[in-house]
Design a protein around this ligand. Structure first.
Ligand code: PA5
Length: 430
């Protein structure tokens, strides 16, 4: 994995000196993070998590196998950090049309509790009437309203469908070790339960049982995923200027200080769309505080070049792009020869779609640079468990560094409470 940066030459308000200044602070913020001396230091369990979680992988895989044998569908009930990482990993490593495959070796993972749309839940119940299913109920606090509502409805459904005793065998909960309504219910009902470590916040929890159980049920190798995270951990713990997390943290903050307040995560494959959603939560919730922080947004190209491309090239000059470049695809489809050539595409004959997609990516970066959109590129060889594990750990670590460079606590989320207070008041909660 490597990182490349091209700054645009337009409106450069001294990027280099700001970058150098931020880079000189990196040894200090690195030590704050690693030695747990900075703000939010009681939420740094994720730093060593890939080492500690190894001992739980066998148990998680056994539970996953049990669910795989019994079910066609696993419904993951959770919101924010309790589902985004799961969705990101599964979608980046699965068949694009997973839900339509006639023969699927592993259960389909569906989501609930991430929305309160009545029609969504109603459609889900309609599907579950016909299918063998299980529930993974995930809430670190065990008190979040959206998943609690979804679980109440789905608990009713699963108990009516299978009876209380069998329903119990089909419900796994993942929550705090002692607090919260979900923990109380789990003890009362005797559900199989995993613990979310106290020192790992929701958006950093994908490599705990929160993400690993549903990811394993989807047939993804969690040993390789965690191994990828361990490899990246070894790299980014190195204190030197070649550290790619240092570079990413310094570049994005230098761009912010140069007036680029929006970071667009760019992919060239729809399988990475949910990865961008996970990244948006990680950076948005970690850094958007005290009137500070980059606004994280995402596009999927070349699709979005035909919708947002115009704005990126030519609209308000607020953004820079971070492209996730994937060198190799799993498949090999090239453009067939056509003797009529009515569509004038014979010049692409025998070129693979990946080659064409890569040229689109390069061409877009050159065009956007000329429109004053600086370009960060993060490259991986291919989409597999090891590389996704590496990317997860890389972005988590860089987020901690970046938050400290920004001067905020990257590990709390006080702003999330504001909407809840108003919602509860309107709903008449005591
Ligand atoms: O990152 C976070 O802490 C939040 O986004 C949470 O993941 C989200 O609010 C869900 O919380 P919980 O898992 O406690 O239900």
């Amino acid at each position: 994995m490597n990182i490349d940066f091209k700054k645009s030459n337009l409106n450069d308000k001294g990027f280099d000196s700001v970058y150098e200044n931020l880079s000189s602070l990196l040894p200090y913020v690195h030590n704050l993070l690693v030695n747990k001396k900075g703000k939010g230091n009681n939420f740094l369990g994720w730093i060593d998590l890939p080492l500690h979680i190894q001992k739980l992988l066998k148990d998680i895989n056994e539970t996953a196998t049990y669910i795989q044998k019994k079910c066609e569908i696993l419904v993951v009930i959770g919101i924010g950090g309790s589902y985004l990482g799961t969705k990101a990993v599964i979608e980046s490593l699965s068949h694009h049309f997973n839900s339509l495959q006639n023969y699927r070796k592993y259960p389909l993972i569906l989501f609930a509790g991430q929305t309160m749309s009545e029609d969504y839940i109603s459609d889900l119940l309609e599907i579950l009437n016909e299918k063998e299913y299980a529930l993974a109920v995930i809430s670190k606090s065990g008190t979040t309203t959206e998943p609690a509502i979804a679980f109440r409805i789905l608990k009713n459904h699963i108990e009516s469908k299978y009876g209380k005793a069998e329903a119990k065998n089909r419900i796994v909960t993942i929550t705090d070790k002692e607090k919260g309504a979900l923990k109380t219910l789990s003890v009362q009902e005797g559900y199989k339960t995993y613990v979310v470590p106290d020192d790992v916040g929701g958006r950093y929890s994908v490599l705990t049982s929160v993400g690993l159980l549903p990811i394993a049920v989807a047939g993804i190798d969690i040993v390789k995923l965690v191994n990828g995270a361990c490899l990246m951990r070894n790299d980014v713990l190195q204190e030197n200027e070649n550290n790619i997390a240092w570079k990413y943290a310094a570049i994005r903050n230098a761009l912010l200080q140069n007036g680029k307040s929006i970071e667009l995560m760019v992919n060239y494959s729809p399988s990475l769309n949910s990865f961008s959603e996970w990244w948006k939560q990680l950076y948005g919730e970690s850094e958007g505080k005290n009137g500070k922080g980059l606004f994280p947004a995402a596009v999927s190209n070349t699709t979005d070049l035909h919708s947002l491309g115009q704005y990126i090239q030519d609209g308000a000059r607020l953004m820079f792009e971070t492209t996730l470049h994937v060198e190799m695809s799993k498949s090999n489809i090239s453009i067939p020869y056509d003797k009529e050539n009515t569509d004038d595409l014979n010049y692409l004959c025998e070129k693979t779609l990946t080659y064409i997609n890569h040229q689109a990516e390069k061409g877009t970066q050159v065009a956007h640079l000329s429109g004053d959109v600086p370009q960060i590129t993060i490259s991986i060889e291919k989409l597999d468990e090891e590389n996704i594990g590496k990317l997860i750990y890389f972005f988590e670590f860089a987020c901690g560094l970046s938050g400290y460079l920004l001067g905020i606590n990257p590990f709390d989320q006080p702003g999330v409470e504001a909407y809840k207070k108003n919602m509860f008041r309107l709903l008449g909660k005591d």
